[in-house]
Write a protein that binds this ligand. Structure first.
Ligand code: COA
Length: 173
C-alpha cells in the first residue's frame, strides 16, 4: 500500500504506507513513546511490525512521519474467531484534528477485514477523551472497564468492533 488521501484545502497532503523497513522503527517509536504512560521495549515494536507489517500503517507528510497505527490479528484465544487488535495509535501533536488518526484506524480496519477479522479490540485509558471520541465515531463499543490496568493506576476501557468479513485481497484502496 502506498496511497495519498485527498486532504481538505489548507491541510497538508498525507500519504499512507505500510511498514517495510527497519529504518522506520525509530520514527514509530518516537511517535508512540511520547504518548505512553508505560514504555514498550524495542522487542515489543519488533514483535508487531515484523509479524504483521501490513497492519502497521504510517502517515507521512513529505519526509516526515506524522502518525502510526500498529495492529495484529490472530485466533489464539478461540480458533473460530479471528481477532484483530489495535496495539498502538499516535499522531504527531502538530498534525492532530486533521483526520489522520481516524484515517489510520479506518485503513487498519479495512486491512483486518481483508484478513477475515471477526472483531477488532483495543484498550485505552478511561480518561482519553480524544481516543474515545474517535473510536466511538467509528462504531466501537465500550465493552469492559479494566480496573487499574496501567502502571500509573489509571483504569482502561476495552473497546470492541464487530466486523463482517470481506472477501478481498489486503490492498487498501
Ligand atoms: C487520539 C489521536 C490518535 C487522535 O488523532 P487525530 O489525528 O487528532 O484524530 P482525528 O483528527 O482523526 O479526530 C477524529 C475525531 O476524534 C475526536 N477527537 C480527536 N482529538 C480530540 C480531542 N483532542 N478532543 C476531543 N475529541 C477529539 C473528534 O471527535 C474528532 O473528530 P472532529 O475533529 O471532526 O471533531 C491523537 O490525539 C493522539 O495521538 N493522542 C495521543 C495517543 C493516544 O491517545 N492514542 C490512542 C490510544 S489507544
Amino acid at each position: 500500500m502506498n496511497e495519498s488521501k485527498q486532504s481538505p484545502p489548507g491541510t497538508p497532503e498525507i500519504s499512507y504506507t505500510v511498514f517495510n523497513d527497519e529504518s522506520q522503527l525509530k520514527a514509530i517509536q518516537g511517535l508512540i513513546e511520547k504518548e505512553l504512560s508505560e514504555p514498550y521495549s524495542i522487542y515489543t515494536y519488533r514483535y508487531f511490525v515484523y509479524n504483521w507489517p501490513q497492519l502497521c500503517i504510517l502517515a507521512q507528510h513529505e519526509e516526515r512521519y506524522v502518525g502510526v497505527i500498529v495492529c495484529k490479528i490472530d485466533h489464539l484465544s478461540n480458533p473460530e474467531l479471528w481477532q484483530g487488535y489495535i496495539a498502538m495509535l499516535a499522531v504527531d501533536p502538530e498534525y492532530r484534528r486533521q483526520g489522520i488518526g481516524s484515517t489510520l484506524v479506518e485503513k487498519a480496519i479495512e486491512m483486518m477485514k481483508a484478513e477475515q477479522a471477526d472483531e477488532i479490540a483495543l484498550e485505552t485509558e478511561q480518561s482519553n477523551k480524544a481516543a474515545l471520541r474517535l473510536y466511538d465515531s467509528l462504531g466501537f463499543i465500550r465493552e469492559q472497564r479494566l480496573l487499574r490496568y496501567y502502571i500509573n493506576g489509571v483504569d482502561a476501557l476495552r473497546l470492541n468492533l464487530t466486523v463482517s468479513r470481506r472477501s478481498s485481497d489486503a490492498s487498501l484502496s
